[in-house]
Write a protein that binds this ligand. Structure first.
Ligand code: MRU
Length: 339
């Protein structure tokens, strides 16, 4: 397996962010020296993926706190960051951990250590998700996945993609949806898989139902941006359609996510904030435009899949049916108690 560059490197002064907008053609780093640089990178999707957004957001805050270390400055940064990618729960998760430390009188270095800890934990969680997923996935040969859930989205081996990596010996083929309009699948997941020996094919987002109908897919696995306490999953737009199609063709549908993506305080999918992005992102890429600016369009970046379409949640603390979230919550409480 060829090496995938680190998506985030913190040097102590600078956060080097692998510029995912340029992949797979160029492996270059965007150097963020200030809070605003990181904020801008998150907004413009230089980096993305819920767990990685959580880690980058934490580094943004530490750069801001270096200039002005107080709770008021923290809250201002927190509010700004949360408004940028509002569906990704991992951002709340890591900012909450920092908030609690500041409230308890922690100093700068302690917060910095906590951020490294969150980063390391996310990597470990990915490994565990992969290992747990292997227990369910060793019987599947042809897998369909959506968006990008690998190292580029997590810093670790990934969530859904982590399961694919850990089961790679049995896998005959991975079907990768393009994931318009940012092409997380066609550019990023394909880039990651191209570094391995796992055979893969990029498909149109709209091609999935037909492939399922043709009997080409054994299982579908996706990641998550936020999971409610009653098992609703917010994930990249197109996930809901995949889950509905999978049900129609009797194909098991799995969601792989760390417990840091579970929003245990939230019930009812109506309460999930769904990010809507600027429609200009739909209308072109760089200088190339394929839809005129004045044509009206609508771009929800995420959708919500109900629990009855999900076979299992594959998490770092085990595999659970959607009606077993209380068990995952117990692990979360235990983890928090042992911290
Ligand atoms: O808009 P993105 O690229 O940040 O969306 C990413 C996804 O939807 C992923 O599936 C999700 O964050 C899980 S990544 C482990």
């Amino acid at each position: 397996m060829k090496r995938i560059p680190e998506p985030l490197i913190f040097t102590g002064k600078v956060l080097k962010i692998l510029d995912q907008r340029k992949l797979p053609f160029k492996e270059t780093y965007y150097e963020a020296k200030t809070y605003s640089d990181v904020k801008n990178a998150i907004k413009k999707m230089v980096l993305r993926g819920a767990p990685l957004i959580g880690i980058a957001g934490a580094y943004a805050v530490i750069l801001g706190l270096r200039k002005k270390f107080n709770l008021q400055n923290f809250y201002q940064m927190k509010n700004e960051l949360l408004s940028l990618r509002k569906t990704a729960y991992n951002l709340h998760y890591s900012l909450l951990r920092i908030e609690n430390l500041i409230k308890n009188g922690a100093e700068f270095d302690e917060i910095l250590r906590e951020i490294s800890k969150i980063f390391e934990e996310e990597k470990r969680r990915c490994e565990l998700i992969g290992t747990n997923g292997k227990k369910l996935f060793s019987r599947f040969k042809r897998i369909l996945t959506h968006c990008n859930t690998g190292k580029l989205a997590t810093g670790g081996i990934g969530t859904a993609l982590g399961v694919i990596y850990k089961t790679r010996k049995n896998i005959e083929h991975v079907f990768v949806t393009e994931t318009r309009p940012y092409f997380q699948g066609a550019r990023l997941t394909a880039y990651e898989l191209s570094k391995t020996k796992i055979p893969f094919t990029i498909i149109l987002d709209s091609e999935s139902a037909f492939l399922m109908q043709q009997g080409e897919i054994d299982a579908v696995i996706v990641g998550a941006d936020r999971i409610t306490n009653d098992g609703y999953v917010a994930n990249k737009i197109g996930t809901l359609s995949l889950a509905i199609c999978a049900k129609e063709f009797n194909i098991p549908f799995y969601v792989a996510a760390p417990i840091s993506t579970f929003d245990f305080n939230l019930i009812n999918y109506h309460n999930i904030p769904i990010e809507q992005r600027e429609s200009k992102e739909m209308k072109g890429w760089g200088k190339t435009k394929w839809i005129p600016e004045n044509y009206k369009s609508l771009y929800f970046s995420f959708d919500i899949t109900p629990p009855d379409l999900i076979r299992y949640f594959i998490t770092d603390v085990g595999n659970f049916k959607p009606n077993e979230i209380e068990k995952i919550k117990r692990f979360d409480s235990l983890e928090k108690k042992n911290k």
